[in-house]
Ligand binder design. Structure first.
Ligand SMILES: [Zn+2]
Length: 106
C-alpha cells in the first residue's frame, strides 16, 4: 500500500475540520490525508465536504471574532462531525481506527 503520511504504520485517522483542508488527518503525525485515497462512498465524501465548507460559520473572519449565537452553531457542527465520524468508522471498519476531534473555539 502507498504510504499515506510520515508514519511507517498508519492506522489511526482523526476527523477534524479546518479551512481549506480535507477532514482526514493522521492522528499520530498530524498529516492531512487526501480523502480520495480512502474507500469512502461518494455520498459520505460529499457530506464531509459540506461539513468542511460549513466550518467556521460561527466566526466573523473580518474581525477574527465569534459571532453572536455562534456557540450553538459550533455545537451543531461538532454534533454533525461526530455523526459523520461514525459513518467513516463504518465504511473503513477493520482497516483503520477513526477518532473525532471537535472544534473548540468557545
Ligand atoms: Zn502519520
Amino acid at each position: 500500500m502507498d504510504q499515506l503520511c510520515n508514519c511507517e504504520d498508519f492506522f489511526q485517522i482523526k476527523i477534524e475540520a479546518d479551512v481549506g483542508a480535507d477532514p482526514l488527518w493522521c492522528a499520530v503525525c498530524g498529516y492531512n490525508l487526501e480523502m480520495d485515497k480512502f474507500t469512502l462512498s461518494n455520498p459520505l465524501k460529499e457530506q464531509l465536504r459540506a461539513w468542511i465548507d460549513d466550518y467556521g460559520s460561527w466566526i466573523n473572519w473580518d474581525y477574527d471574532s465569534l459571532i453572536e449565537g455562534g456557540k450553538i452553531i459550533e455545537k451543531d457542527h461538532n454534533e454533525l462531525g461526530l455523526r459523520l465520524t461514525e459513518k467513516v468508522k463504518k465504511e473503513l471498519k477493520g482497516k483503520y481506527e477513526v477518532v473525532f476531534s471537535p472544534s473548540k473555539m468557545y
